[in-house]
Write a protein that binds this ligand. Structure first.
Ligand SMILES: NC(=O)c1ccc[n+]([C@@H]2O[C@H](COP(=O)([O-])OP(=O)(O)OC[C@H]3O[C@@H](n4cnc5c(N)ncnc54)[C@H](OP(=O)(O)O)[C@@H]3O)[C@@H](O)[C@H]2O)c1
Length: 422
């Protein structure tokens, strides 16, 4: 009898239902590539009607997660429920029961990944997670396999389709952030509750997974290093464009003297860079290795079928007997740079076009803190300054001093400039 891989799946929403449909559509080629027939035997979710309808009763649908854990014929479990609980306990119990796990759950991995992988190693089981970062782009496989011989020095990525869609729309037409968000919600690019996306948390989760893989460090999600896109105004987008930049929510991690600078923030990147061309809901990740140099991965970072593509690649890996045991690299001792120590070039906009304000207040204060201004532009009664690289602590001190001293007259908006993107 031909060998079969029996799978259980928790979740049948956007991703889960697409996994089922793509597997059904490409069954023959997936069988050939995996060397085994893949059968989804059980699906667990809360509203099972949809499962019964879409699978025409060909899977056992229930709302009992234990029905997957306790089924001895199931050797692989796909977790596409999302959230922390019950997903975490479900994955841990699945591993304890001797099954391999595939998950798309970046929020869970970023915050509890070490506990999950410790259990996987204890049970000698695998946890695959290609779908957790950049949806359909095989960036986890690239880091784990294609670039495995490299020392990675830097990763920069546009990792959230919702934010990229909103910012792209604000570049195309002078929309406020609220208008662009509303449009994105109407078109299905943003959730009814967009908090996770627009506050940068989703991007931060994905960056922490990439960081762990690339640098062999434990999962490290630092909310203080994450800024979202809520504060971006149409004015700043227009000014950035006039100065030759595009504003993107950029996730960056860089190795500086054995320390990692990890940051998610709205960032001005040069209009002629490749990452600046990544628009609408698309994602891209740039990875720099000592041997390979710069590499760039581009594609759909979300959506049912794109994410199913990544989940099914993991299913095929398991069918072929591949293992995925993530472990911090004990040979590397790497610590994270404190936010205050991070160095950036900056865009600073003051709501004044008065030369008096500039020469009497702004420039002397910046000079006092040894902040070098590279460029000064007056745009629509605002002063925009571009600074040379400066540490965050000094910059914040100077900006605080300015706003405290001249709080009735001056307010400012600040964004980082990208250091080196293609
Ligand atoms: N959507 C994407 O484009 C995308 C891309 C990459 C990664 N991901 C990740 O993939 C995962 C799933 O995302 P999704 O967009 O498919 O979510 P979704 O559409 O909301 O679907 C979630 C599914 O999980 C089920 N579920 C939730 N809580 C449950 C519980 N306590 N017990 C049983 N079933 C439960 C839901 O059941 P009911 O429908 O019955 O309530 C639903 O079938 C998340 O971790 C997400 O971050 C998504």
């Amino acid at each position: 009898m031909a060998e079969k891989l029996i799978v259980g799946m928790a979740g049948f929403g956007t991703v889960g239902s697409s996994v089922y449909q793509v597997l059904k559509r490409n069954a023959a080629l997936i069988h050939a590539r995996a060397g085994k027939q893949i059968e989804i035997k059980r699906v667990v979710c809360r509203k099972t009607d949809k499962v019964i309808l879409q699978t025409q009763g060909n899977v056992v649908a229930s709302n009992d997660l234990n029905s997957i854990i306790d089924d001895p014929s199931i050797s692989v479990v796909i977790e596409v429920m999302g959230g922390i609980e019950p997903a975490k306990t479900f994955i841990l119990n699945t591993l304890k029961n001797g099954k391999d796990v595939i998950t798309a759950n970046k929020a869970l991995l970023a915050t509890h990944g070490d506990e999950i992988f410790t259990e996987a190693r204890k049970q000698n089981r695998s946890v695959f997670f290609e779908a957790s970062v950049a949806g359909g782009i095989p960036v986890i496989k690239a880091l784990r396999e294609g670039l495995a011989g490299n020392q990675i020095s830097e990763i920069s990525g546009i990792l959230n389709g919702t934010c990229n869609y909103i910012l792209s729309a604000m570049h195309k037409t002078p929309l406020s952030f609220a208008e662009a968000l509303k449009n994105a919600q109407q078109l299905g690019y943003a959730e009814a509750d967009p908090t996770f996306d627009i506050e940068g948390l989703d991007t931060g989760h994905k960056l922490s997974i990439l960081t762990s893989l690339a640098f062999g460090v434990p999962f490290h999600f630092d909310i203080t290093a994450v800024e979202g896109i809520k504060g971006i105004s149409s004015l700043d987008i227009q000014f950035a464009q006039k100065l030759g930049f595009v504003v993107k929510l950029l996730a960056t991690v860089e190795k500086i003297n054995d320390r990692l600078a990890y940051q998610v923030a709205p960032t001005l990147i040069p209009q002629n860079s490749i990452l600046a061309q990544v628009s609408d809901a698309m994602n891209a990740v740039e990875i720099v290795g000592d041997a390979v140099g710069k590499t760039l991965f581009y594609g759909a970072g979300a959506g049912g079928e794109a994410t199913a593509s990544a989940v099914l690649a993991d299913v095929i890996d398991i069918a072929k007997g591949h293992k995925s045991i993530v472990k911090p690299d004990s040979a590397t001792v790497v610590t994270f740079l404190d936010n205050n120590e991070k160095r950036n070039k900056n865009y600073i906009r003051f709501n004044s076009s008065s030369l008096n304000d500039l020469t009497n207040h702004v420039l002397p204060t910046l000079e006092k803190h040894q902040i070098v201004v590279e460029k000064i532009e007056e745009i629509n009664e605002n002063l925009v300054l571009l600074t040379q690289e400066i540490d965050e602590k000094t910059l914040q001190k100077a900006l605080t001093e300015l706003s405290q001293t001249y709080c009735n007259q001056l307010s400012f908006t600040r964004f980082r400039l990208a250091k080196s993107v293609n």
